[in-house]
Design a protein around this ligand. Structure first.
Ligand code: NI
Length: 191
């Protein structure tokens, strides 16, 4: 199957994804494609719903030097009271970058590709990416964390993305082009 990036306006991005029950060969093959697409699109993270698959899994390479990781059935089991504000962008919401406030430190639990349960404490950029991707699995986008005023200011840009994204929901759509085909001079890290 050919996957392509789903954009703001696609209902799959607003759907709560289903738990991964079996980490078998088929699933491993899908996970591999997810990792490949993350690199293809220069993302630091890519969640399954962003390619139209409603499963609780995301790929990540947060630039800490440990390479890529596949995170399955993630849970955030502890969140610090202390928050931090970072600029975020999303492959599914192209060309929009906004500051988002989130808990600074988190403790997470997930399964890796071997099915092992992993527990980690994250802070800084890896914590931001983990929270952003986990949100995707719950149908939440980073723009949902913005103030009403901010979202109102983005309304036109979002409507525009939605309008351009609709043809991409056609199941016969084949070419996995980026929505912003032009190289973006102010391209930043997106996830
Ligand atoms: Ni995203």
């Amino acid at each position: 199957m050919n996957y392509h990036i789903r954009y703001y306006g696609d209902p799959v991005l607003r759907t709560k994804s289903k738990r991964v029950e079996s980490i078998d060969e088929d699933f491993g093959f899908f996970a591999e494609q997810l990792v490949e697409m993350m690199y293809e699109y220069d993302g630091v993270g890519l969640a399954a719903p962003q390619v139209g698959v409603s499963k609780r899994v995301f790929a990540v390479d947060d630039g800490t030097g440990s390479g890529w990781k596949v995170v399955i059935n993630p849970e955030i089991i502890r969140r610090s009271q202390e928050t931090e504000t970072n600029e975020e962008g999303c492959l599914s919401v192209p060309e929009i970058y906004e500051s988002v406030q989130r808990p600074k430190k988190i403790t997470v639990r997930y399964q890796n590709l071997k099915g092992e349960i992993v527990e980690e404490s994250l802070e800084g950029y890896p914590a931001v990416v983990f929270q952003h991707e986990t949100d995707h699995l719950n149908g939440i986008l980073f723009i949902d964390h913005l103030s009403v005023t901010k979202r109102r200011l983005l309304h036109r840009a979002l409507t525009d993305i939605q309008r351009r994204a609709v043809p991409r929901m056609d199941p016969d759509f084949e070419e996995p082009h980026r929505l912003d085909a032009e190289p973006n001079p102010k391209a930043k890290e997106t996830f």
